[in-house]
Design a protein around this ligand. Structure first.
Ligand code: GAL
Length: 433
């Protein structure tokens, strides 16, 4: 056993002792730094280690809601929550990579549907196919047809999607907009006019932004606005050149948008940036709809404390991503991991998780009565919009390509040289695309 495993074992023993002492208390938990083990009073020796980056701001609450379902369906399995903090998995994925490298996989981990899954974990032969579970649970009847190819390779299905998130959302402060006589912008031109008006009214940075991954998130939504669905898709299937004038125009729009953001962005999490909007220090934030989970957890009221719209220029487009859970090859607790995945794909699990997480269920049979106003609008848009994939959240590019783009973006945020940025993006595609 590694030191960490010994520690976990001791933690589980401790939890069991506490449960015995509590005698009649339903559950207890204990923490070993990055892991929290939750067990029921009937808890046995079995456990499952689940790895994610959902540690706060609506995200942990969503995960907890699904863990509670698991505790009911599988009371004998101890849930070891190995979530590592950091939005978009920036830290967690580095930790995961070194564990996989060291042949010490968690039983199950969070991975995005799309190239992150297929081009990374499947390519490296790190996860098991789950066709047997799909057959057993009848999931092919309830999971969207569009999603299955993104989690499949060579006829094998490799993950269990728990949700659909939307990336291209503009979050607004309705009071700030009303006080300044500004309508929610529908086009990029409207957006620039609104940002200029707010600046003229004395708001230094009307568009809130956070650390680097949030600027990639901003970039992809503005590129989508500028290039449209075909242009954006073409960048990933090779039919649109990264060298083209359309890309130049999109990057120039992104550069212009950056001019309205806060100078301390690199020090802020996505929640911090969202908070600037709630506090009225900024009017807008472009972020995925996990922001709704964050606002909800803070007790904010939709359409009063916060508003939303598609990112200007992207009405009718749904830039999506999907969180899914995988089964590690040689999972230390394979049966327990399958029990967890069964809950992750179940109606009960998804309807507990998503209304809190700020996402809509991957399954098509979610109970609409459980979802708030924003999420109902997202369900309707998901059903009717043109769906395109997210870069920042793993759909369109594998890890190696994304990391080349990220390095180029890091330089661009410092030098703001659009031509050099485009040259680096062309090179990134040549190297990894
Ligand atoms: C995404 C993930 C979301 C949310 C977000 C912010 O990559 O898919 O579920 O966690 O990061 O952390």
């Amino acid at each position: 056993m590694t030191a960490k495993k010994v520690f976990r074992f001791v933690a589980v023993l401790l939890a069991l002792t506490l449960v015995a002492a509590a005698c009649g208390d339903d559950s207890t938990s204990t923490t070993d730094g990055d892991s929290t083990a939750t067990t029921l009073s009937s808890g046995g020796a079995d456990e499952v280690e689940v790895f994610s980056w959902w540690t706060g701001g609506g995200e942990a609450a969503g995960l907890d809601a699904m863990i509670a379902v698991f505790a009911n369906t599988d009371p004998d399995i101890t849930f070891v929550n190995s979530a590592v903090a950091g939005g978009a998995g920036t830290n967690a994925r580095a930790v995961l990579a070194s564990r996989l490298q060291a042949n010490d996989p968690p039983d199950s981990w969070q991975g995005h549907a799309g190239q992150e899954l297929i081009g990374t974990y499947v390519a490296a032969d790190q996860i098991e196919p789950l066709n047997f579970l799909y057959d057993q649970e009848g999931w092919l009847d309830v999971m969207p047809e569009t999603l299955i190819p993104l989690i499949s390779d060579g006829g094998n299905i490799y993950s269990v999607p728990v949700n659909i998130h939307r990336a291209n959302v503009l979050w607004t402060n309705p009071t700030v907009l009303a006080d300044n006589g500004i309508d929610v912008p529908a086009t990029l031109d409207d957006f620039f006019a609104a940002l200029d008006a707010l600046k003229a009214a004395g708001m230094d940075a009307p568009l809130a932004m956070g650390e680097q991954w949030t600027s990639m998130h901003l970039m992809e939504t503005i590129m989508l606005a500028s290039m449209g669905a075909d242009g954006w898709n073409g960048l990933w299937d090779g039919s649109v050149s990264w060298d083209s004038a359309d890309v130049t125009a999109a990057l120039e729009a992104f550069d212009k948008v950056l001019g309205y953001t806060n100078s301390d962005a690199s020090a802020l999490s996505w929640q911090d940036a969202g908070q600037l909007v709630l506090d009225g220090d900024a009017a807008f934030n472009i972020m995925g709809d996990w922001a709704e989970g964050f606002y909800r957890e803070l007790g904010m009221e939709p359409n009063v404390d916060f508003g939303w719209a598609p990112v200007p220029g992207t009405a009718g487009l749904f830039q999506f991503l999907s969180d899914s859970f995988v089964l590690a090859k040689n999972a230390p607790h394979r049966d327990a991991a399958i029990a967890w995945l069964t809950v992750a794909g179940s109606l009960e699990g998804q309807d507990a998780f998503n209304p809190v997480k700020g996402s809509i269920p991957a399954r098509s049979d979610g109970d609409r009565s459980l979802y708030g106003e924003y999420l109902l609008s997202a369900m309707d848009d998901w059903a009717s919009d043109t769906v395109v994939g997210s870069l920042t959240h793993g759909v369109v590019a594998n890890d190696s390509w994304k990391s080349e783009i990220d390095s180029a973006l890091g330089l661009f945020l410092l030098d703001r040289d659009v031509a050099a940025f485009q040259t680096a993006l062309v090179a990134a595609q040549t190297a990894s695309g």
